[in-house]
Design a protein around this ligand. Structure first.
Ligand code: HAM
Length: 429
C-alpha cells in the first residue's frame, strides 16, 4: 500500500474515463450553447458568506462545508455548488438581463462517501437571472431533459413541484410545523432534529417510519396564491406542449433553502433511492438580493456528472469514447527516425504515438497493438538504406494474415492517408 492515497470521497479520474467526462461536458455545452447560454467559470473558492446564503438550515451549510481561514485571515470555503457563486458574480458584474449562463466543474461537500456520493463531485448546470416567465422555467427544464436524451438515457423521471410565492411558502411551513409538532411522537429521532431546524425538510425523509406521518401532512397546493397557482399551471402546460412527461410530487422540497415556486428533480430509474437524484433545480427569486444585489428573479439546475454516468452504465449508453491514436511508429534504428516521422505525421493532423527506449521490434509491436492504433509505420536499418518505410494495418479481419507493405519514405503522408481510409472502412464494415 503506497504511503499516499486519495482522501476519502476524492477520486482520480483516469483515462479513458476522463475522456468520457470531457465528452459529457462537451455534449452539455453544445445543448445549452444552442439555446443562448454562455459559459461562466466562477472560482473554486469564495468568501464563506456567499455560501451561507444557501441557507443555514441546510446540511450543505451546517455540516458539509469545506471552510477554513486563509493566510490573509479571510473565512473562505470551497464551493459546495455554483448557484450562489453565479448570483455573487451577477451582483459584482451587473450584466444585462436576462443573463443566461452555464458551468461545469467540481464542487466540495463533506458527505459520507458511497456509490454516487463523493466529497469532490462534478456538476454541469445553467442559471438564468433577471427573467420571470413560466416559459423560462419550461426552457430550463426542457434543456435538462434534452441533455439526458442526447446522452441516450431513457429511464429518467422528471418530478415537479411548486413551493409557492415566499408568503405561500411561509404559511405552508407554519402549517407543517404545527402538524409535525402534533405528530412528532410518530417521527424518527432524525426527523425530529430536522423539524427543529426546517419542517419542510422533514418531507424529504426517506426513512420508512416517517412515511405515514408525511403522507398525511398538509399539502403545499392548498397554500398557493392565485399567481403561484397560475405560474405552476403554465409551467405544466408548457412541458405538456413539448411532450415532456412529468410527475407532480408535492413532497419535493430539495436540499437547499433558496427555492421559491418551481422546483424539479431528475431521477434515474436504475439507481438506489438514496442516490437517484441525477440533478435538480428550481426558482430562487431572492438569492441575488440576499447577496447584496437588486431584486432579481433566478432559475437554474445542476446535474451531477458522477451519478448521471452511473445511470449511463446501468442503461449501457454513452460509453467512453475511443481515444486511440491513428498511427503508431516503430523504429528499430535508435529512435531518431521515429522522432522525424512522428513529427511529420502529427503536423499533418494524424494522432500518432511511438515507442521509446529503443526496445526490441517485438516489444514495440506489442506497444503498437496496445495503443489501439489502426496502422503501424515501421522503420528499420534496411528501410533507412532503401529509403522506404513499412506500413502495417493493425486491425485486419480476424484470421487474415498481416498485409504489410513497403512504401517510398517520401510518399509517407499520402500512403498513410489511403491506408487509414481503408482501415477505417474495414473497421466499420
Ligand atoms: P443539488 O441537488 O444539491 O443542487 O445538486 C445537484 C446534483 O448534484 C444532485 O442531483 C446530484 O446528482 C449531484 N450531487 C450533489 N451532491 C453530490 C455528491 N456529494 N456526490 C455526487 N453528486 C452529488 C444544487 O447543487 C443546486 N445548485 C442546483 C440548482 C442550480 N438550483 C438552481 N440552480
Amino acid at each position: 500500500m503506497p504511503e499516499f492515497q486519495t482522501s476519502p470521497g476524492m477520486r482520480d479520474i483516469l483515462p479513458p474515463d476522463s475522456a468520457r467526462w470531457r465528452r459529457f461536458q462537451a455534449v452539455f455545452a453544445s445543448v445549452v450553447e444552442a439555446a443562448g447560454y454562455g459559459e461562466i467559470m466562477p472560482p473554486l473558492m469564495e468568501d464563506l458568506g456567499v455560501f451561507m446564503r444557501i441557507g443555514d438550515a441546510t446540511d450543505v451549510v451546517t455540516k458539509e462545508m469545506y471552510d477554513f481561514v486563509d493566510k490573509g485571515e479571510r473565512r473562505v470555503a470551497l464551493r459546495p455548488e455554483q448557484t450562489a457563486s453565479v448570483c455573487r458574480a451577477f451582483t459584482q458584474h451587473r450584466p444585462l438581463t436576462p443573463w443566461k449562463v452555464y458551468y461545469s466543474g467540481p464542487n466540495f461537500r463533506y458527505e459520507k462517501p458511497q456509490r454516487g456520493r463523493y466529497r469532490q463531485f462534478d456538476q454541469v448546470g445553467i442559471e438564468v437571472l433577471g427573467a420571470d416567465d413560466p416559459y423560462l422555467d419550461v426552457e430550463v427544464i426542457a434543456l435538462g431533459w434534452e441533455f439526458y436524451r442526447r446522452l441516450g438515457l431513457r429511464r429518467v423521471d422528471l418530478l415537479l413541484n411548486s413551493l409557492g410565492e415566499p408568503e405561500d411558502r411561509a404559511a405552508y411551513v407554519e402549517a407543517l410545523q404545527t402538524y409535525f409538532d402534533d405528530n412528532s411522537g410518530a417521527l424518527t429521532a432524525q426527523s425530529r432534529v430536522t423539524l427543529a431546524k426546517n419542517p419542510l425538510r422533514v418531507l424529504d425523509s426517506k426513512r420508512s417510519p416517517d412515511a405515514a406521518v408525511i403522507a398525511a401532512a398538509p399539502r403545499i397546493g392548498a397554500f398557493y396564491s392565485p399567481q403561484a397557482a397560475a405560474h405552476f399551471e403554465q409551467v405544466q402546460n408548457g412541458l405538456t406542449d413539448l411532450s415532456i412527461p412529468f410527475t407532480i410530487d408535492t413532497t419535493l422540497v430539495r436540499g437547499l433553502d433558496y427555492y421559491r415556486r418551481t422546483t424539479f428533480e431528475f431521477q434515474g430509474g436504475t439507481l438506489e433511492s438514496a442516490q437517484n437524484a441525477l440533478g435538480g433545480g428550481g426558482r430562487y427569486d431572492g438569492l441575488v438580493e440576499s447577496l447584496g444585489g437588486p431584486p432579481t428573479h433566478g432559475i437554474g439546475f445542476a446535474l451531477g456528472l458522477d451519478r448521471t454516468l452511473l445511470a449511463c452504465d446501468d442503461e449501457g449508453v454513452f460509453a467512453a469514447p475511443d481515444t486511440s491514436v491513428d498511427i503508431f511508429v516503430v523504429d528499430t534504428t535508435g529512435g531518431r527516425e521515429a522522432l522525424r516521422i512522428t513529427a511529420e505525421l502529427r503536423d499533418c493532423g494524424f494522432a500518432t504515438d511511438r515507442a521509446f527506449e529503443n526496445r526490441s521490434m517485438k516489444a514495440q509491436m506489442k506497444a503498437a497493438d496496445r495503443s489501439g492504433a489502426l496502422l503501424a509505420v515501421i522503420i528499420g536499418s534496411n528501410e533507412v538504406e532503401a529509403g522506404t518505410v513499412v506500413v502495417r494495418p493493425l486491425r485486419q479481419p480476424i484470421g487474415e494474415a498481416a498485409r504489410q507493405y513497403d512504401i517510398p519514405r517520401d510518399t509517407l503522408v499520402s500512403e498513410v492517408t489511403q491506408a487509414l481510409v481503408k482501415a477505417v472502412r474495414e473497421a466499420s464494415a
